[in-house]
Design a protein around this ligand. Sequence first.
Ligand SMILES: Nc1ncnc2c1ncn2[C@@H]1O[C@H](COP(=O)(O)OP(=O)(O)OP(=O)(O)O)[C@@H](O)[C@H]1O
Length: 251
Amino acid sequence: MSHVITATGLTVSRGPNRHRRTIIGPLSFTVSPGCISGVVGPSGAGKTTLIRAITGLQPHQGELVVLGRRAGHPANRGRIGYDPQEVAVHPGLSAREHCRYYGTLGHDSVPSREVIDELLEVLGLAEVAEVRTDGLSGGQRKRVSLACALISRAKLLVIDEPTVGLDPLTREHLWNHFRSLAAEGVTFLLSSHVLEEADRCDRVLMLRQGELIADETPTELRHRTGCPDLESAFLKLVRECSGSSGEGWKR
Ligand SMILES: Nc1ncnc2c1ncn2[C@@H]1O[C@H](COP(=O)(O)OP(=O)(O)OP(=O)(O)O)[C@@H](O)[C@H]1O
């Protein structure tokens, strides 16, 4: 089966003309259907820039093909579910109303009550399903934002920092949900600076200062670096690449 994402010489430059600088790239990689890929790296490495390019929100140079079309193609709009780092919810709507709205975009039918209930349960939002989001906590609002992407029935889900602020039980439920969607062929691209999270992914794309310094499974990465866990593996790679202390990695 063809790749869901193919990047060839992908580069993003930002800033006003005189101060324009390369933020990421050139990057070349592919993502297969049903794969859960983790984009990891220190703060400022370019994770958000990369996933915004894939969703079509970030202009780029080089080739970037997503779901068979160039990134940003209008036909991809209903085919990518995106949950940005910033919480994106409507203050006057409840979690259930968000699910009904976002679950219907690009489709002929509203998701069934059972499907919405199951997702709200997974996200620990069942008790507050009918409460307007302006009456929810910050963490609850972030989960409503995540629900909007997960209910979309999109072929590709791009999620920036999916489990920030989640308690361990909700995180476990969420990962089980990711796994069952992936088994149905949904492809995930998750950005994270939490390395335990990366260890759950099928594959890790590690960025440092806009460059890809690892593109392999967590097991391969541990094996290649000879490190027992991903945190020490990543720190070792960062040090090797920069000859520095690896500072800048945030947890
Ligand atoms: N609008 C902008 N103009 C110029 N440079 C920018 C702009 N937005 C971000 N950058 C720079 O691009 C680089 C990558 O930023 P990005 O947000 O992609 O990193 P990140 O890995 O997602 O970081 P974090 O983990 O802190 O969210 C940073 O050096 C940042 O300063």
